[in-house]
Design a protein around this ligand. Structure first.
Ligand code: ZN
Length: 151
């Protein structure tokens, strides 16, 4: 997509994350593995999460694809360390609502951090799928995680 159609600020954050994706190393041991492909764009993404006492202690995985999908995954992985699965669910829901057109509150924006930069992607409906790819995959993997006893 024409990244230059996005605001400069958004573009900077997206380029930074897509060029230097965070948490992109495969873990030896993971409690949760989320993966997904976006056939429309050729994006492939995976996120591994290792838990310790109910909180995320390590994040890894691998991804390839367009700048938006890479940046979105990278921004998501940055938010995960130290969070419980319930907290991650909440953050994912805020992001999904934002990408579907609901304006986040200031408090929600603060929880999203860098991820707020992806709001501009809403102007490009085909790219929303790229932005949501890793998030939806992680949401599903958390739902399927048997150790999620709501602790
Ligand atoms: Zn894509």
């Amino acid at each position: 997509m024409a990244l230059n159609e996005l605001d400069d600020l958004y573009r900077e954050a997206i380029l930074d994350h897509s060029r230097k994706p965070r948490h992109q190393a495969v873990l030896d041991r993971a409690d949760i593995t989320a993966s997904a492909v976006n056939p429309f764009c050729g994006d492939e993404t995976s996120i591994q999460v290792a838990l310790e006492s109910g909180r995320v202690s390590q994040v890894g995985g691998r991804a390839k694809g367009c700048a938006i999908s890479q940046a979105s995954r990278s921004m998501l992985t940055q938010l995960l360390i130290g969070q419980s699965l319930d907290e991650i669910d909440t953050i994912i829901a805020i992001f999904q609502r934002m990408m579907r057109g609901r304006e986040p509150s200031l408090e929600e924006m603060a929880r999203l951090g860098d991820v707020g930069a992806l709001e501009g992607v809403r102007q490009f409906p085909v790219r929303i799928k790229c932005a949501l790819l890793a998030w939806s995959a992680l949401e599903e993997a958390i739902e399927a995680y048997p150790g999620d006893e709501g602790a």
